[in-house]
Ligand binder design. Structure first.
Ligand code: PGA
Length: 242
């Protein structure tokens, strides 16, 4: 079931998400967060950092699990999702680095890395999973056609996704890795609560299909129709079709 919040602008969208984040952090003794790289959650991460700086929130008991990582990209590469998370969140709060989990993009055996990550993930339950959504309805790097029952796996990025992510690779889609490791739709569905954030008119179609469209693997986010606690937070542009 979806709870839908349409906020005035990106700042308000981030603020609404941060309220739910605070609620989770305050109500749990050892909170477990599912996090996403990408531009959409940046405003939320900024609020989380501000909360820490102001002394309102400590992340010392928090554990995090990220959705995905580019295949073949080492952690310390500035283009890795790990570097993105370090720069935009982890280095700016008091979280313990060993409590932050992201698949290893440079693992010598990627299939084994997927198994390892999923196995670790299955030992816990994410209290709050933060998601963005791709224009094609992807969540994590689960592209259209991904089986709903897939767990952490190696995925091939679509041309659209590589184009959308070119901004992190000097604007050149050819530099965006062709493959990634991602938590699967079934891994994501295990979270207790999910917040999915979408802004801008480019996301309007995907938001519509996620909420109102038929539940089909051609729109990976439509699996969320079966989850009991999903909050969709959008600006008016991304909500234009719902
Ligand atoms: P974005 O990516 O937040 O950078 O738009 C969202 C996504 O692809 O899931």
């Amino acid at each position: 079931m979806f709870t839908i919040i349409v906020a005035e602008n990106y700042e308000e969208v981030s603020h609404e998400a941060s309220k739910l984040m605070r609620e989770t952090l305050r109500s749990k003794e050892n909170p477990v967060l599912g996090l996403a790289a990408g531009s959409t959650p940046l405003g939320l991460y900024e609020e989380m950092i501000t909360d820490y700086i102001l002394g309102n929130t400590s992340y010392r008991k928090v554990r995090t699990w990220n959705l995905d990582e580019y295949l073949g990209v080492p952690e310390n590469d500035p283009h890795s999702r790990r570097s993105f998370m370090n720069e935009h969140l982890f280095e700016k709060i008091d979280i313990f680095r060993e409590n932050t989990h992201i698949p290893r993009g440079d693992a010598s055996d990627p299939e084994e890395e997927c198994r390892r990550y999923e196995e670790e993930l299955q030992k816990t339950v994410i209290d709050l999973q933060i998601l963005g959504i791709g224009r094609d309805g992807h969540i994590g790097f689960n592209e259209p056609g991904t089986p709903f029952d897939a767990l952490t796996h190696v995925t091939t990025l679509t041309e659209e996704t590589r184009n959308d992510n070119a901004r992190y690779f000097d604007g050149n889609p050819l530099l965006v890795p062709e493959k990634a490791i991602t938590m699967g739709p079934a891994s994501i569905m295990r979270a207790r609560n999910i917040v999915i954030i979408a802004t801008g008119e480019a996301k309007a179609d995907a938001v519509y299909k996620m909420i109102k469209g038929p539940q089909k693997e051609s729109c990976p986010a439509s699996i969320l129709q079966d989850h009991s606690h999903v909050t969709v937070i959008t600006d008016p542009a991304a909500a234009a079709r719902i």
